[in-house]
Design a protein around this ligand. Sequence first.
Ligand SMILES: [Zn+2]
Length: 257
Amino acid sequence: MNRSLAVAALLAFVPLTARAAPCPGNADALGTERVLTIDAKTTPRVGRKEFPVTLPLGKKELVLTFDDGPWPTTTPKVLDALKAECVLATFFLIGRNVEAHPDIARRELAEGHSLGHHTYSHALLSRITQAKAQAEIDRGIAEDEFALYDKRRSAPTTPFFRFPGFASNAALLDWLNGRGIVVFGADVWASDWLAMTPEQELRLILARIERVGSGIVLLHDTKKETARMLPAFLRELKRRGYRIVHVVPAADGANSR
Ligand SMILES: [Zn+2]
């Protein structure tokens, strides 16, 4: 059977819009509505804050993403909130933080989240040489892979990457694309790098989501205000009829698990 026939046969048995299984202990959970598979060949970069296109999402569909962790005082609270609502998200990891807190990164993996990469030390890559930028990216991936899969390698199991500060350039975008790595921007964010209360952050992100209607949401699991507002945020998304989409890499990724 050729590849497209095999995919068609698979799709016949796994409807992509299938509802998730019930959420243990929470009959009214927000849940994860569906899984969206992403391939760098057809979807090299996404997120309208930075690029002209975003993911193929329907009305009121959101992809939740968290950057800069793992962080011991906040990430476990974020994971608890997601678990309570059976919501799957994508974490963009900082290699240095994974090195310090590999147990938290492994918990993210064990709980079914997608784990993308965000450099080793959060360097702004457009401000350093191409060689140094590539080394930052590769070292980050290698530390993440080592903590998660016991292999220190620069080919990522989940080929998703986000530039710190969205500081990309054409040469690095081409280099990542050539390696089959999808670059994530965002469609909406909470500005949670600014000082505000959890209540202010909640109002701000909900108002911005209402404006864009659907898309990739950028939050930081290193921020205590974000961790504190997350349970109320997820409840409010449910009340307002939003649905969560979980993004995963195409099945033929670089490394088999
Ligand atoms: Zn960041």
